[in-house]
Design a protein around this ligand. Structure first.
Ligand SMILES: [Zn+2]
Ligand SMILES: [Zn+2]
Length: 368
């Protein structure tokens, strides 16, 4: 069949709205009619060429939700007509990590980072040229074929745009707080970067009953949004010293947990300086591959400071996502206000301009 898609042919150039050929799903694969796709910073890094996790040409987009149209042989968990959200970490259930309760580290994801199906082949083409699907999801296409391990059936009452964003920034931010840091009632939390992930760190801190939640960013519009999501204090680091202010807020002690959601060595160092003795930095933002960090090493044992990494929510991905959508239905987490703009597929390059300009918590493509 044919599908309309936004294709990346060259790094640093706008996406091209093009018509591609799509094959039918093979064993343990499903075809999806996407209804919504999130515009994430990771897509922008791929488009700009800063991160090159997918060979070109490529259909970017790793946040999506839609309807199952067709299933390949041996598919057992979904059927045509099911509403699903996409997970960009497939959960194979059989690898070293899955068997040890760490499905977010599943070894299968090493394969789909190259934009191929788990069997190493491809379903999208332009003429005779293979087109890769970013992270095995490729949601900037009206239709695509994905591995069964990447889809989660959802309650059809949940809007597609809400489901699409749950599968990336929401699980990453909330999960880092609950599963990795295990923030407790009364703890103090700082968040560096109040974008799509940082706002969800704030939501996780609210769910954990943290009493001081300090959002740090350099844009006032993002800090205003941080307050909507539950930040008790905000610091504009372009106007005031975040260290001085955060120590004032915590009576000179420092915070229990600092979450780095920018992905830079500079903000990670600030996060490290913000934590109290015995505190932890949780790195959620993904820096460039060549980024290096220099730290005052003696503080790690002497002050018992910890540095933790958190990837894709650090939990049981499927049950975490089901829980997050239940929390959304119960009004306990705010997903509506994460979506700041909606675009048609043809407007996708404007959506990325808005993201780059700091206007979007999340922009979402809506397929009509
Ligand atoms: Zn994302
Ligand atoms: Zn696995």
């Amino acid at each position: 069949m044919k599908t309309k898609a936004a294709v990346l042919y060259e790094h640093g150039k706008p996406l091209v709205i093009d018509e591609l050929e799509l094959d039918s799903p093979k064993v343990r694969e499903v075809s999806i009619e996407y209804r919504a796709a999130g515009l994430c910073h990771t897509d922008l890094s791929l488009i700009n060429g800063v991160a090159r996790m997918c060979p070109l040409p490529c259909v970017p987009g790793h946040e999506g939700a839609g309807v199952v149209r067709e299933i390949g042989p041996a598919v057992t968990t979904v059927k045509p007509g099911d509403h699903v959200l996409l997970m960009w970490v497939p959960v194979c259930g059989r690898c070293y990590y899955c068997l040890r309760g760490q499905p977010y580290l599943c070894a299968e994801k090493d394969k789909n980072r190259g934009g191929a199906m788990p069997d190493g082949t491809y379903r999208l083409r332009k003429g005779r040229r293979t087109v890769h699907s970013m992270m095995g999801v490729g949601s900037f296409s009206e239709y695509n074929v994905v591995a069964e391990t990447c889809v989660l059936p959802i309650d059809p009452s949940i809007p597609f745009d809400i489901a699409a964003i749950a599968g990336c920034g929401v699980i990453t931010g909330v999960g880092a707080v609950i599963n990795k840091a295990k923030v407790k009632p009364g703890n103090s939390v700082a968040v560096l970067g109040a974008g799509g992930v940082g706002l969800n760190v704030i939501q996780g801190a609210v769910l954990s009953n943290a009493t001081k939640i300090v959002a740090i960013d350099i844009l006032d519009n993002k800090l205003e949004l941080a307050k909507v999501f539950g930040a008790t204090h905000v610091i504009n680091a372009s106007k005031e010293d975040p260290l001085k202010k955060a120590f004032e807020i915590t009576n000179g002690i420092g915070v229990d947990y600092a979450f780095e959601a920018v992905g830079s060595a500079e903000t990670t160092l600030t996060a490290y300086q913000l934590i109290r003795r015995g505190g932890s930095v949780v790195i959620v933002g993904v820096p460039d591959l060549d980024a290096k960090l220099t730290l005052p090493l003696a503080e790690i044992p002497v002050m018992e400071k910890s540095i933790l990494g958190s990837f894709y929510g650090s939990g049981d991905i499927r049950s975490e996502l089901i829980t997050l959508l239940e929390l959304y239905k119960a009004g306990r987490i705010n997903l509506e206000n994460l979506i700041t703009n909606r675009y048609r597929l043809e407007e996708i390059n404007n959506g990325f301009k808005d993201l780059e300009a700091g206007k979007n918590a999340r922009g979402v493509i809506i397929y009509e």
